[in-house]
Design a protein around this ligand. Sequence first.
Ligand SMILES: [Zn+2]
Length: 321
Amino acid sequence: MMMENTEIKPHRIVESVGEEVKELKKGDVVIPVFVGECGECENCNSEKTNLCLRHPLSFSGLLPDGTSRMSIRGQTLYHLLSCSTWSEYTVSDVNYVMKVDPDVALPHASFLSCGFSTGFGAAWMDSKVESGSSVAVIGLGAVGLGVVKGARVQGATTIIGVDKNGMKKDKGEAFGMTNFINPEAQQSSGNADSKSISEMVKDLTGGVGVDYCFECSGVPDLINQALEATKVGKGKAVVVGAGLDQFVQISFLNLLMGRTLKGTIFGGLKSKTHLPLLLHKCKNKEILLDELLTHEMKLEDVPKALDILKQSNCVKILIKI
Ligand SMILES: [Zn+2]
């Protein structure tokens, strides 16, 4: 199936479909997704996972038939995570494409292929945070802000955001955060007994910790902090952020004390079942994704984007291809 990007629409329009493709047609507006959903396998029929067995997460850079359909000047290009979105045209497997309502706000659709939706899903579908729960979120980028909103929609009453960028306080509150911890500000305030993140979370929860702590930064050591910030006997730490390190040391004692450590891909969202529900909430203004959009730029300015990402007022940069 061929898809094109246009100047006016930052998501994709189907240019043509293969002869066996039934659910899409030329002209449909779609967003690429990296988690497939066949709707029939053991995992697609399970409420516990979104990781389809028939269309697995692919890191090979190739389509399921083992080929790449893209090249430049005779050199093979690869399909990153089955999608490859930084191109004017691409060939996608229909199982990694989702049709969307063409009226959805244009930049917002691009925020839902991952990022905000991953965080939202982690609280909503993966952990199914219960009403009245207490939640901490480490790292308030688009993923962390998604967790904050997901926890709020699920009825969590205490939602603690943790970020070393003080400007994230306003963003967190816009999505439903109730308390903010800036560990660097508190650790550098000259206080002789500087506290760890988990101790600061416990200070805000009567010393017991939270029901759920979502680690969204990808910093390995913060997984232990997330675990330790949860309640003894029943707390759950959820790894949502991805870092460069493959291995991390986990404290035995924190696990033995009845806590659970879990990871999630795409927040447990099934792309075809759950993403349309999320898009509907955005279209109805139940979720204000405008809060995430802080910068826009052209594709040729991408090198500058890497610097802008480090600015404290940046959450998401929309690249216009
Ligand atoms: Zn499946």
